[in-house]
Design a protein around this ligand. Structure first.
Ligand code: BGC
Length: 445
């Protein structure tokens, strides 16, 4: 058993309380810099909205572009804080879409909307799960693509303008996009609509990011009206956080990625990358002849062959039989895996996911401390995303880490799975934008 090597791996991946404290301190300082408009790995983007009161009424469309799917929804708001999903359609975003020209890509979205919308006129919220410098409630310039998207000719442009152009070309001038929303913001608003303690939105899916409700007065870079007590949601873009200890595997993954040097935290946490992190460790073990008794690594040597979903399956596998682990390896061309080898593979998968959950908890702790230094109040964190939802122990490990950080007070933090909140929240914001004009005049650096 390669004890020395495993110990090093453990040291690289197994984060303790002191590592969490370091992350919290670095994250807080990056948040403050970002809010002040200074150079920071956290963009801290004003979202031009707060959680609405719940008096909005009517039917609204949500167009929810995530990292894996496009969803179009119709939502009805009853004017008393209640909402109902009337209709929903989901479309997979193929690799070819992510490499298309911006006309083709936004044309694809517009085609799906055209097939969905029957009534006219209609107001819609557009959830766009990529970093956008918002310039108005319904306008924002794409800073860059993440999650391996490489649509040509969109960076630096207003994404609502790009979509509107394609809607007009398809004879849909009556569909008015009144809100541009990040998926974290949609998730927070969706939950916050009925839960007044909800002040953080978190996505742990293909990509990762968080947002929270900030006092307008504390957003140093906001140049617009600032009435006392008013709040605005800040899209942290936390996936870009880079003040964090990385292993040689993270560095290699980053070098081989479509966006080297960017989204360092996302590459340690997001479902787009978790499988690849584990794969790089496993391939290294094979190369060092510490795994599979010198057998070649089969398809495992191919980039991205080890899917993040495997981490969930292997985590849940019974340690006595390790049948699922062996099945997955066999599918990759690695047969007759010994018990100690299967256990080592499970170990690597567990370490990778555990590290991701602890990093997520530490960053979340930093956000909550920023809002409420001594954790005096209750906080609900609205969370969505496949990693959080599907990995068998991710949520549990996050909670454990929060308990280690906050002690008893961690009870004040409720983590609430808010499924499909990103789209629903966008419809709510679209409704508000139709009635409320405040804060639409501000700008920021
Ligand atoms: C994007 C964020 C988004 C997150 C989760 C990241 O890659 O930059 O805007 O919120 O993924 O979808």
């Amino acid at each position: 058993m390669p004890d020395k090597f495993l110990k090093k791996l453990q040291a690289d991946f197994d984060l303790g309380l002191s590592d969490c404290r370091k992350i919290i301190s670095a994250f807080s300082s990056e948040m403050s810099k970002g809010l002040a408009g200074q150079k920071s790995s956290l963009k801290m983007i004003p979202a031009y909205v707060d959680v609405p009161a719940g008096s909005e009424q009517g039917r609204f469309i949500a167009i929810d572009l995530g990292g894996t799917n496009l969803r179009v929804l119709e939502i009805e708001l009853n004017g008393r804080g209640g909402l109902r999903k009337l209709k929903e359609k989901k479309y997979v975003i193929d690799k070819k879409h992510t490499l298309a020209s911006s006309g083709q890509f936004f044309g694809f979205i517009a085609d799906k909307i055209k097939g969905f919308v029957s009534d006219h006129p209609v107001e819609a919220g557009f959830t766009f799960s990529f970093p956008v410098k918002q310039t108005a409630p319904a306008a924002g310039v794409l800073i860059r693509w993440n999650k391996d998207f490489a649509v040509r000719g969109a960076v630096g442009k207003d994404v609502v303008g790009l979509l509107n152009g394609q809607l007009l070309a398809r004879g849909l001038p009556d569909l008015r996009i009144t809100a541009l929303v990040n998926d974290t913001v949609g998730t927070l608003v969706c939950r916050g609509y009925s839960d007044r303690h909800c002040d953080v939105g978190l996505i742990l899916g293909t990509g990762t990011n968080a947002c929270y409700r900030e006092d307008l007065a504390k957003i140093g870079k906001w140049k617009g009206p600032k009435s006392a007590g008013e709040k605005m949601i800040i899209n942290i873009e936390w996936g870009d956080f880079d003040q964090i200890k990385t292993s040689p595997y993270d560095k290699l993954l980053d070098r081989q990625s479509a966006n080297p040097g960017k989204q360092i935290l996302e590459k340690m946490v997001g479902g787009m990358y978790l499988g690849e992190v584990a794969r790089l460790v496993l391939v290294d073990l094979v190369k060092r002849k510490m795994l599979f008794s010198g057998q070649p690594a089969g398809k495992l040597s191919l980039q991205k062959s080890f899917k993040s979903e495997y981490l969930s399956v292997i985590e849940a596998d019974s340690p006595s039989g390790l049948r699922q682990t062996r099945n997955i390896l066999s599918g990759l061309g690695i047969k007759n895996v010994s018990r100690p080898d299967a256990r080592l593979v499970k170990n690597v998968c567990e370490l990778t996911a555990k590290r991701a959950s602890i990093i997520s908890a530490a960053c979340l702790a930093a956000v909550i401390k920023h809002i409420d230094r001594n954790l005096k109040n209750k906080h609900t964190v609205a969370i969505d995303g496949s990693v959080y939802e599907k990995h068998p122990v991710f949520a549990k490990q996050m909670r454990k880490a929060l308990q280690a950080i906050f002690g008893q007070k961690a009870q004040k933090i409720k983590m609430a799975l808010t499924k499909d909140g990103s789209g629903v929240g966008a419809a709510v914001i679209a409704a508000v934008a139709g009635t409320k004009k405040s804060n639409s005049a501000g700008t920021h650096d």
